[in-house]
Write a protein that binds this ligand. Sequence first.
Ligand code: PEP
Ligand code: MN
Length: 360
Amino acid sequence: MENSKQLRTWLDDMKLSHPLVIAGPCSAETEDQVLNIAHQLKDSDVNYFRAGIWKPRTRPGNFEGVGALGLNWLQRVKEETGMKTCTEVANTNHVKLALENDVDLLWIGARSTVSPFIMQEIAEALEGTDKIVLVKNPVNPDLALWLGGIERLYSKGIKKLGAIHRGFSTYEKSKYRNIPEWQIAIEFQNRFPDLPLICDPSHITGNREMVFDVSQTALDLNFDGLMVETHNDPDNAWSDAAQQVTPDSLKQMMVDLRVRKETASDKNYREGLENLRAQINVVDNQLIDILGKRMKIADKIGELKKEKNVAVLQSKRWNEILGNMILEGENRGLSEEFVLKMFKAIHQESINHQEKIIKG
Ligand code: PEP
Ligand code: MN
């Protein structure tokens, strides 16, 4: 993708004074539901109305979308509200039908991005069109797979491209439905600084209470827009009920989100600084998380030592750790003094944890 600047002209041409906003239900359920939500969003900053009509569900037996019928409803949204529309496509047939029915923007879902065959098939079906196509990250944290999907579209002449960050699936339990792994999105921005990057806080959080915070982090990290699942009756939605917000709360969120002003003369400095600070926040959160994990392991060691009646402090082992960490630190530009201080503090906390267990 040699001239990446051209990839964002579709977004720059929109001359938005705020980040791009895509909103609408996870799934189109009925014509009334679709039109009800669309009318409530009509006089807001929403740029594209979304609704999934072909729904890739992890397990069979769940609602799999209304299918092609929903395309007529999206046409009505356009006619009645003037909003542009978008939907997910996952095979040649979807692409053909979406093109025939003038859907304005198409996105590729996380379960399709993982498959190079599907991506190739979709790219070939889109060849010769000038649709805007957004590619969600694959379900697994694999940057190359994400970029590969975008490159397949680009090589078929699709130039109005963008990416959607919707978090990554993990086996481990977390407070997120799909963990954000912001460092992957940051790496993505570093590799393709001009490719528009949109955040999908709905699928990252899986929980409407957390949608605002994740959206704010994304804007602080210079994302170009948000895709937020919005439903007139979220609790009774036919898919993804817990994460959808009402049109009113979406509108309030758009008022409350801090968006950087474009006019300040020191814009570059400030944006650069805020972006770096947001990156530091991400890393700091990871540090705390990893320290918490380390202490949990120390607790388990404490349990074992208690069982076997072994002393908490084992200096041989400790000196070994310290020596290794000083070397590792050196390789990363960290001074010996700093590594020593930090590991003494970590070690002390581990001892405190283990003593509590042994005495307890
Ligand atoms: C969706 O946007 O409703 C969807 C299915 O998302 P994802 O592909 O991110 O799971
Ligand atoms: Mn959904």
